[in-house]
Design a protein around this ligand. Structure first.
Ligand SMILES: [Zn+2]
Length: 152
């Protein structure tokens, strides 16, 4: 667990994907360390020495971590490969977060829908005007073109 706390959230997620996509090609226990070969999306192979007891002593020869005390996604992938139960836990937790986000988005959409339906015409007009004036240019252009408001 301590190793995951040493890495930033994005790295843990990328490492999980790396592990989940079968990028950990081999692993070997050497004392307290694990030597793993982890491949990349562009099929580079990196050698990881993952130390679960002293995570900061872990090494990887990828450009991001080489010669630095950085926990990269390959080290995280090696960790998940050595401790698959941790990967399962992490995967389940991420899934729940996604589900909660989806539910929250659905609820928000319904809320907005109800709110808009109860607005008066004058309120709708001023809200639309404000949105248009503050909208990205692409959207503004689309509105002008779609409603024949262009001068050309
Ligand atoms: Zn690496």
């Amino acid at each position: 667990m301590a190793l995951l706390d040493c890495a930033n959230k994005t790295t843990v997620w990328n490492g999980f994907e790396c592990y989940d996509n079968g990028k950990v090609l081999s692993k070997m226990k050497i004392g307290v360390m694990y030597r793993c070969v982890v491949s990349d999306d562009d099929s580079n192979e990196y050698t990881v020495e993952m130390n679960p007891i002293h995570p900061r002593k872990s090494k990887c020869n990828c450009p991001r971590a080489k010669g630095k005390y950085v926990i990269c996604k390959h080290i995280v992938a090696a960790y998940f490969s050595v401790f698959p139960m941790e990967a399962k836990k992490y995967g389940a937790k991420s899934m729940n977060c996604e589900k909660i986000k989806d539910i929250q988005e659905d609820e928000l959409y319904l809320k907005i829908q109800n709110y808009v339906r109860e607005m008066k015409k004058s309120e709708l007009q001023s809200a639309l005007l404000q949105l248009l004036m503050e909208s990205p240019e692409v959207q503004f252009d689309r509105f002008l073109t779609g409603n024949g408001l262009r001068f050309d």
